[in-house]
Design a binder for this molecule. Sequence first.
Ligand SMILES: Cc1ncc(COP(=O)(O)O)c(C=O)c1O
Length: 380
Amino acid sequence: MSVVEQILDSNGPFVPVYRPLLPKAESVAGYLAQLDASRLYTNHGDLSALLESRLAAAFSIATGCVIGAASGTAALTGAILAAAGRATAKQPLCLCPGYTFVAAPLAAELCGYQMHLVDVDEATWAMDPDVLAAHPLLDRVGVILVAAPYGRRLAQTAWVRLSQQTGVPVVIDAAASFEALADDAKSLIGSVPVVLSFHATKAFSTGEGGAIVSTDPAIARAAIAALNFGFDGVRETTGPGFNGKMSEYQAAVGLAELDGWAEKRAAFRRVAETYREFAEPRGLRLHVAPAVSSNYVLFEAASEQSAGAAQVALDCAGFDHRLWYGRGLHREAYFRHVSRDVLPGVEALAPRLIGLPMAPDLSEGVVERIVAALAATLTQ
Ligand SMILES: Cc1ncc(COP(=O)(O)O)c(C=O)c1O
């Protein structure tokens, strides 16, 4: 069996860490047919407008508070430009968690910022707003990038307060928080822009895509302009920007994904429950939905050494696994020399949080074998 065939058979000997399942072609076809008639393939067509308004309804916020983007990274870049603008000589720094996916610091760099990495709390996996409020570099900081790790819930209150107290704009990278926002919009959505990714590896997906969510009309307007060459309603560049728009093809997939979302989420829930049922009696510490986004199942090993043993056991049994955020940004070749605080939380957490296989149609038998492989390492 070729590697591709093995990957295609999730019950076979090799199980990928995540196996996306997007709407079938037939569910998207009806939306695509509208494009044959409208001949509007991008540039804020009917489908992206409909997706934005249906997402706003799902989050119980006004239409206009959700702005579609070409990717999560485009949405991050647009949100930074909208909330903070490009870096300036006086405020060239961006405070960013040392433990997150590389997209956020890369987006901030594209906006001209120099990164300064901040530690995360080992329990919340996120930065502490009180630490940020007293950060010694604050008067040189132009933007604070907060990450909601793995789609965990970060309430707005603390971040609105931080921004008001310090005068520094905050952007929340909540790439995987689609479900959290839908469940808990009142607490998670507000004036501080929240960025979502609809990448194929996310629970709710448009293949590639993303969105900026903010109830601040000025930020929403600036985000629309930033994602469209700095055009603010008229065809003239009045601010920084690029082409970060969501196309009508992406929106078509997103609309079909929304049509089938309740069913897809229920399927994810069943797999998460199965993981929980097998793991709990064996004393394995797993993080599954709804605590994290449905596309993640995370095994928290007690130590770096037991994480190593777990990874070897998974490899031997043919189960893919991933440190989704690596071993900390400061361990990425490109960010190795970046300025940073001491990062004991990142160092302690990053190697211990192992992404396990997940898919909405992952079978109970496979979950049982994954858990058994991990459990065996506890008794060694
Ligand atoms: C935390 C986080 N931020 C940003 C991104 C970037 O999103 P995208 O891949 O849609 O550009 C991702 C996912 O890829 C992510 O997990």
